[in-house]
Design a protein around this ligand. Structure first.
Ligand code: C5P
Length: 236
């Protein structure tokens, strides 16, 4: 896969107009655009029509987690917009992941990539153990959920780049690994705590990286995207 294809830009802006502006500026420079909960909650699923009309590939980061019937129906709605990737929480269980996988399999066009979120990178060991009540190490839980997701029909996971090597080892070379929390050496960390550079993430086994603020807030966004792609090219 070319370096450009591995780069997903997070469209973390509040309006479709701003998202369109960003996408227009970066089309041809990056592989995919991530539409997350902020933009979706403000603009609704209809915003995906613009991306499909413009033939711009979208990762719909809705992180569904509900009963299997509801997740299946919501996934079918997302899939009908021709997204390239979408996701659910692995913690919803095999039946729920399976319902999303079935919706992906029923896509009219190319089958979208179904990802499962294991443990959010924002969740600490202490919160997982004491607030949520899941015992053990985060790593062990990530591995368990990645394997569950794979068996249940997911094509891959969203995970921290720190966990990518472990997931690659247990789920094999064809399992898709998408990693946020990426910071090139020249960018600030913002609120991300455990970051990796694009090169490190790929070396650890990631297939795709998600980058938001280092590109979105850059004074020259195209240049920022190009520098990241160059780094990705040099690591392949
Ligand atoms: O601006 P930044 O590069 O930190 O943006 C990262 C994107 O990836 C955001 O859209 C954020 O919601 C998402 N994300 C993350 N960590 C996760 C899951 C998703 O940063 N564990």
């Amino acid at each position: 896969m070319a370096g450009k294809e591995k780069l997903i830009v997070a469209l973390d802006v509040p309006t479709l107009t701003e998202a369109q502006h960003l996408a227009d500026e970066l089309r041809g420079e990056v592989g995919m655009f991530k539409v997350g909960l902020e933009l979706y909650s403000r603009e609704g699923l209809g915003l995906l029509s613009w991306f499909s009309k413009e033939s711009l590939p979208v990762f719909f980061d809705g992180k569904f987690h509900d009963i299997p019937n509801t997740v299946g129906a919501a996934s079918a709605a997302v899939v009908s917009h021709g997204v390239k990737m979408f996701n659910v929480h692995a913690a919803g269980g095999a039946k729920m992941i399976g319902a999303a996988a079935e919706a992906a399999g029923n896509a009219n066009g190319a089958k979208p990539i179904l990802l499962a979120v294991t443990i959010l990178t924002s969740m600490s060991q202490q919160v997982m153990n004491e607030e949520i009540g899941i015992a053990g190490q985060v790593d062990a839980q990530v591995k368990k959920l990645a394997l569950l997701a794979q068996v249940a029909g997911a094509d891959g996971v969203v995970a921290s780049a720190e966990e990518a090597a472990l997931i690659r080892q247990c789920c094999g070379k064809d399992f898709v690994i998408v990693t946020p929390g990426i910071r090139p050496s020249w960018a600030g960390h913002d609120d991300q705590k455990r970051v990796m550079t694009p090169k490190e993430a790929i070396a650890n086994g990631a297939d795709y990286i998600v980058v938001g603020r280092p590109i979105v807030k850059a004074s020259d966004r195209k240049d920022a995207a190009r520098r990241i792609v160059e780094e990705l090219e040099s690591s392949s």
